[in-house]
Design a protein around this ligand. Structure first.
Ligand code: F3S
Length: 774
């Protein structure tokens, strides 16, 4: 008999390089001085530096002011990608010409699966609708040695927690909730595809050293309070921007009372405060979790480090470590919270929720309770919810709201099926959806008759609740809460019901009141294996595999390298468009229906800048050619590109704010853009532009914005010298107006030596490919 599939878990590729990390940490201590006290996040991060000396001592007042100052050049241990963002990441990786990824990596097909009737019909339908994308991802994974988790296997963050996250690991993931892995003591950061490629080809990945926000947990959770409530409370305190530039590091006596998956939930939603990532220290709960997920040797290796006589070891913060800020949460007095609608930081304690609903006149009933997802589908979450269902069923009650359950992975689903948790849900009228993102990412065909635009409420145990996110209806108010609270509230169907204090009338007439939920952190019989078809392909490269991209496809297109920088200044550029006001990554590359073209650069480029306001006419997406003829921006850009006319865009403040969406840099480059000249840039987008070979310049005198217009002819002065000297010197822009008059504009740049290399090579990818060939 063959051994059960999980026994083939490749422990070697899943164990962080502890030996190397411990040695690197010693080097960090030597560089910073042995008395220097470090937080846990700093230890893990800095022990992944390519060269601690170079990263920690430049620009930092000799190592004194690292946080917020140093440019860390990091070597992550692993990469995880989801199906939507993996497409561009892989297309970029492929153009480097390497035979295999330099670090272990995995792909998880979860975002493109629609939730409607339940897993059995939804999964085949979604696979059929996205076949060419899944085939591409699978063939590329096999060729380059990436573990491929097929549609139905689970949601990226749940699968990562169950398989890849480990204490001390550093991982990049092409999804914002990658920090979920911090629940198991890893530094896991959400990035765009081009950043993932850095790690996949073993090039250093750059990060501005984050500040560290400490969250001190005291006391112990009990009753209705759950890990979800810790983070719902913290998001309320910090707001959606409060964690920007920070890593959130948890510590304190309350940590040991939390389950491993509960810590995952808390780190997952750290994304909602804008934090770089969140993490927990190595904790007793990590050991049984690693063991039950077939990673006993890793539990042992991590315990050996954490228990080593060296008190200042890799897996715990130094005793006197300093945090830039500290927030204390007392778990013993923490109440359940409900956050929303429309923003995750609008946080209300359960005891106040009824009065807030009445005061704000929010809907008094709600149509659906949805539990599970990458945030909250652990054994603990589901068994606590199950126990609530059992209490209600025993009293003869049925849920009043529609009730949906999204398991985070096949492993958890099969385990819940074996332990009869799922049958408890289904016999109460619940619908078990596929192991995928489904309603969390708008892949939900709601069939309860709610009309678009009609105000209504739903409760979810997910992490985001922006308008339109779940059912495409911007009037749907999504309230975030713990799965057990949502389950209980679904029996009343009322938004003002408080299961801790209120009762529900039963068919027999006696009022019924819930007792606090009880569950188990982990299945006593271990996890079930589940359907073997959902196991990943092995991470062994096979050069004979051909990557499948149909040349006639509308959804996938191989990338062609962008041309190198010429041996001269840029001359005869033209201003394609002068943007007025805000210009976010959504303005530059709209989402919604365009998302299906994420793997097809020519097709998605048809949306380039279509949200941008014309500074001369106030029209949106209306551009004028030199002869005065009028068209959309992408049309003019294409026309110019096809006749060899390269161009620039002129813009105002914070160009490219919003997200790390790399398409917002790739598309202008693909259409012939060379320079963006703005009053200021959003930092991540500025870096993305340089990676794709576009030069971002800012006005020295902001008023010069007024002297340059659409269709002006432009030449650079000094740019070639700046690029060839690794960033030294200044760039001027010579502007020739339609009437023949000329003016010069002084600009600033922020090109580092590496980034000059990207621009000269045509893109960071070209440079990586060249280095890989050499
Ligand atoms: Fe998927 Fe929603 Fe999580 S989209 S990865 S379930 S945040």
């Amino acid at each position: 008999h063959a051994a059960p599939p999980h026994h083939h878990v490749d422990i070697v590729s899943r164990t962080p390089p502890y030996h190397r990390l411990v040695k690197k940490l010693q080097e960090v201590r030597r560089v910073l001085g042995h008395s220097r006290q470090l937080t846990l996040a700093e230890k893990i991060l800095y022990s992944h530096l390519d060269s601690p000396e170079e990263s920690l001592l430049s620009n930092t007042n000799n190592g004194k002011d690292i946080r917020g100052q140093a440019n860390l050049k990091l070597k992550p241990d692993r990469v995880a990608m989801q199906d939507a963002s993996a497409q561009m990441a892989l297309l970029q990786f492929m153009s480097c010409g390497l035979p295999a990824t330099a670090v272990p990596a995995s792909i998880h097909c979860d975002h493109m699966i629609v939730g409607e009737k339940g897993a059995d019909t939804d999964l085949p339908n979604s696979i059929a609708g996205n076949k060419e994308v899944f085939d591409f991802l699978e063939s590329a994974a096999k060729k380059y040695g990436i573990e491929f988790w097929p549609p139905g296997a689970g949601i990226i963050h749940q699968s990562v927690l169950e398989n890849y996250s480990t204490p001390g690991l550093m991982m990049l993931g092409t999804d914002s909730h990658t920090p979920n892995a911090g629940g198991l003591g890893a530094i896991a950061i959400g990035v765009g595809g081009a950043d993932a490629v850095d790690a996949l080809v073993d090039a250093p990945w750059e990060l501005k050293a984050p500040k560290i926000l400490g969250v001190n947990l005291e006391g112990e959770l009990s009753g209705w309070a759950s890990p979800k409530d810790v983070i719902l409370n913290l998001v309320g305190q910090l707001t959606v921007r409060g964690g920007t530039g920070y890593i959130v590091e948890y510590f304190g006596p309350g940590v040991k009372s939390l389950s491993c998956t509960g810590m995952g939930t808390i780190c997952n939603m750290g994304a909602e405060v804008g934090a770089t990532t969140s993490l927990f220290p190595f904790s007793p709960a990590h050991i049984p979790y690693l063991e039950v997920t077939h990673r006993g040797p890793i539990a042992k290796a991590a315990s050996d480090i954490a228990n080593s006589p060296m008190k200042r070891n890799l897996l715990r913060a130094d005793p006197e470590a300093e945090y830039d800020k500290v927030i204390t949460i007392n778990l013993s007095t923490l109440e359940p919270h409900i956050n929303g609608p429309f923003t995750p930081d609008l946080s209300t304690p359960l005891s106040k929720f009824k009065s807030v609903v009445e005061e704000k006149d929010w809907p008094r009933t709600f149509g659906a309770g949805l539990i599970g997802s990458c945030t909250n589908s652990s054994y603990q979450d589901m068994t606590r919810s199950e126990e609530i269902v059992k209490q209600a069923s025993a009293a003869g009650l049925k849920p009043k709201a529609d009730f949906f359950i999204t398991p985070g992975s096949e492993q958890i689903r099969a385990t819940l099926e074996r332990d009869n948790t799922l049958s408890t849900f289904s016999s109460a009228g619940g619908t078990v959806l596929a192991n995928a993102c489904g309603p969390c990412i708008g892949q939900w065909k709601r069939t309860d008759g709610t009309k678009k635009g009609e105000a209504n409420a739903i409760f979810t145990s997910y992490n985001r609740n922006f308008p339109g996110r779940n059912d495409g209806n911007r009037a749907t108010m999504n309230f975030l809460a713990s799965p057990e609270l949502i389950t209980a509230m679904s029996y009343s169907g009322s938004t003002t019901f408080n299961p801790m204090t209120d009762s529900i009338p039963t068919p027999s007439g006696t009022p019924f009141k819930f007792s606090p939920p009880k569950g188990s952190d982990l299945p006593s019989a271990g996890f079930a294996e589940g359907n073997p078809e959902f196991l990943p392909t092995p991470g062994i490269p096979d050069p004979t595999v051909e990557v499948i991209v149909d040349p006639g496809s509308s959804r996938l297109a191989l990338l062609k390298p962008f041309p190198e920088f010429p041996d001269s200044e840029l001359t005869s550029l033209r201003v394609l468009y002068k943007v007025k006001g805000q210009c976010t990554t959504d303005t530059i590359s709209a989402a919604g229906p365009w998302l299906k073209y994420k793997g097809h650069l020519p097709n998605i480029s048809e949306n380039t800048l279509i949200g941008a306001v014309n500074a001369a006419t106030n029209e949106v997406n209306v551009a004028y050619d030199v002869d005065g003829s009028k068209s959309g921006i992408p049309e003019l850009a294409k026309r110019w590109r096809d006749k060899g006319q390269e161009w620039l865009v002129v813009a105002e403040h914070n160009y490219g704010e919003g997200s790390a969406r790399e398409h917002a840099a790739l598309q202008p480059r693909y259409l012939g853009g060379r320079i963006i000249l703005a009053k200021s840039f959003a930092r991540i987008h500025e870096t993305n532009l340089k990676k794709q070979g576009i030069v971002p310049l800012t006005f020295v005198n902001e008023a010069d914005y007024d002297i340059i217009d659409a269709c002006d002819e432009v030449a650079t002065r000094g740019l070639l010298d700046v690029l060839r000297s690794g960033g030294k010197g200044e760039v001027q822009i010579a502007v020739k107006k339609k009437d023949g008059s000329e003016q010069a504009i002084k600009t600033r740049h922020t090109l580092s030596e590496d980034q000059c290399g990207f621009i000269l090579a045509g893109s960071a990818l070209n440079l990586l490919a060249r280095n890989a060939r050499e």
